[in-house]
Design a binder for this molecule. Structure first.
Ligand code: HEC
Length: 142
C-alpha cells in the first residue's frame, strides 16, 4: 500500500514537472480557440445556428480569462512563446488583456442579436485583439 502511494505520488510529481507553465498556458489558450473557432466558422461560412452560436459565445466568455492567471514571472520555459515584454511592460500587456476581455464580453452580450452585421463586427474586434496581443507579446513557434 505504501509503495503504491509513493509510486502514485512520484507519477503525479513527474507529470506536473513535465507540463510546465508554457504548456499550461498554451492548453488554456487552445480552450479559448475551441469556442472562438466555431463562432468564426458560423459567421463566415454558415449555417448560422443561433442556439449553437450563443453556446459557443458563452463558452468563450467563460474560457477567456483563464490563460491570464498563468503568467507568473520567470515562467518562460523551453516550449513557451511568451515574450519577456509581458513582464517588462505589464501595463501594456494588461491593456491588451482588458481590450480582449471587453471585446469577448461584447460579443457574448450581442450573441442574441439578429443583426448579423453587428455580430460580425463584434467578432472582428475579438479577432483583432488576439492578433494585436500576439504581435506584441507572443514570439515565434518553437
Ligand atoms: C493579452 C494577450 C493575448 C491575447 C488577447 C490572446 N493571446 Fe493567445 N497567446 C498569448 C501568448 C503570450 C501566448 C504564448 C503563451 C506561451 O507559450 O507561454 C499565446 C498562445 C496562444 C495559443 C497557443 C498555441 C501557440 O502556438 O502559441 C493559442 C491557440 C492562442 N494563443 C490563441 C488565441 C486566440 C484565438 C485569442 C483570441 C480569441 C488569443 N490567443 C488572445 C497572448 C494572447
Amino acid at each position: 500500500m505504501k509503495t503504491l502511494t509513493t509510486a502514485l505520488l512520484l507519477t503525479l510529481l513527474c507529470s506536473s514537472a513535465l507540463a510546465g507553465p508554457g504548456e499550461d498556458r498554451q492548453k488554456s489558450f487552445k480552450k479559448v480557440l475551441l469556442s472562438f473557432e466555431p463562432v468564426g466558422v458560423m459567421l463566415r461560412d454558415g449555417p448560422f445556428r443561433k442556439d449553437q452560436f450563443i453556446k459557443h459565445a458563452d463558452a468563450l466568455k467563460a474560457a477567456a480569462p483563464a490563460p491570464f492567471l498563468l503568467f507568473k514571472p520567470g515562467t518562460i520555459d523551453d516550449v513557451s512563446r511568451a515574450k519577456p515584454e509581458i513582464w517588462s511592460q505589464p501595463a501594456r500587456f494588461k491593456a491588451e488583456q482588458d481590450k480582449f476581455i471587453s471585446a469577448v464580453n461584447a460579443l457574448q452580450a450581442g450573441a442574441q442579436s439578429d443583426d448579423l452585421a453587428a455580430v460580425r463586427n463584434k467578432y472582428a474586434a475579438v479577432a483583432a485583439s488576439c492578433k494585436s496581443c500576439h504581435d506584441s507579446f507572443r514570439g515565434p513557434k518553437r
